[in-house]
Ligand binder design. Structure first.
Ligand code: C5P
Length: 299
């Protein structure tokens, strides 16, 4: 009998993304406060003759199906570590915007890792899985753990952050993606010759999350990559303005963009902002999602 394992995995928004100067290895030290949001991909692994990846969903055509896909790389990394043949069919049911700054690729990597680990029964500890996640990419460990966390270093060294309520978001999906390395490169260009401060988590932001205080969170949101994303994609300014005009408490670029994120007072307000964003013609689609959301979970 062929057994399949399916893992559901959330998208994320960075409620604070403080970026330091480039390091000798080209990465940037971060103070990255991740919040998992209720938009999910589902990754199913099934034993097969050879490793292959398929994808379904509105943006499936933009998803690479070769070994550049983080889901395939996760299966290969786990198989190599535990001496297992990586012969699985990985199917991704994709609902997270692609190349949008919501860690969709990282989510699929974490989900495939957990799914293969369950299928193969490797007995890997949580720490070992997190170590493999960190090798796959800076955002992958957070996709495994979900909830809310502060990531330091490249963003991969996580500490859980307490969240005392539900926050309601709208995500405006732009046409086309933005390359994360290109956005970091633009950040370096824009900050060249300036004194880039050491990144540090904002105490006001952490308090707002802990208290579930949406007004205080709206005041404390921050993304140091926003200027770089806007420089590469000036039209995002119009999307941010449309969401604010429609009643969002705060608007920011999600991670390296081009998805934009709008924090709203409640679910009803989120729906209104989403409708207004769509009507404004400044985005391709607008999605409502609550936070926090659980990390990668076998379903
Ligand atoms: O870790 P990940 O592969 O997701 O990073 C993608 C790219 O984003 C890196 O190649 C680098 O250009 C940039 N990056 C960075 N500093 C970080 C995380 C990512 O410069 N902390």
């Amino acid at each position: 009998m062929t057994r399949s394992v399916t893992v559901r995995v959330p998208a994320k928004v960075n409620v604070q993304l403080a970026v330091g100067a480039p390091r000798p290895d080209g990465f940037h030290d971060l103070a990255n406060v991740f919040l998992a949001v209720g938009l999910y991909d589902e990754v199913t692994v099934t034993p097969a003759d050879t490793l292959r990846v398929t994808c379904e969903g509105p943006d499936a055509a933009q998803v690479p199906l070769d070994t550049t896909n983080l889901a395939a790389r996760a299966a290969l990394a786990l198989a190599a570590r535990y001496g297992v043949a990586p012969d699985v069919h990985i199917h991704i049911a994709k609902d997270i915007p692609v190349a949008g700054g919501m860690a969709g690729g990282s989510a699929d990597g974490a989900a495939a890792l957990l799914a293969c680990d369950t299928l193969w029964g490797t007995g890997a500890s949580r720490e070992e899985l997190l170590e493999i996640c960190a090798e796959l990419g800076s955002d992958v460990p957070f996709s495994l753990v979900g909830g809310a966390a502060l990531g330091v270093g490249r963003g991969e060294r996580l500490t859980a952050v307490e969240v005392g309520g539900t926050f309601h978001w709208v995500f405006a999906v732009a046409d086309g993606g933005l390359s994360t390395p290109a956005v970091y490169g633009e950040f370096d260009r824009l900050t060249a010759g300036t004194d880039v401060p050491e990144p540090a988590a904002s105490p006001a932001l952490l308090t707002a999350l802990r208290k579930g205080d949406v007004t205080a969170l709206a005041d404390a949101l921050g993304n140091d990559l926003q200027a770089a994303a806007l420089s590469l994609r000036p039209s995002l300014a119009g999307t941010l303005a449309a969401g604010t005009a429609a009643g969002a408490l705060a608007a920011l670029v999600s991670g390296s963009g081009p998805t934009t994120a709008f924090l709203t007072a409640d679910e009803e307000s989120a729906r209104k902002v989403a409708d207004a964003l769509l009507a404004s013609g400044t985005c391709r689609s607008a999605r409502v999602a609550p936070s926090p959301a659980p990390g990668a979970t076998v379903v």
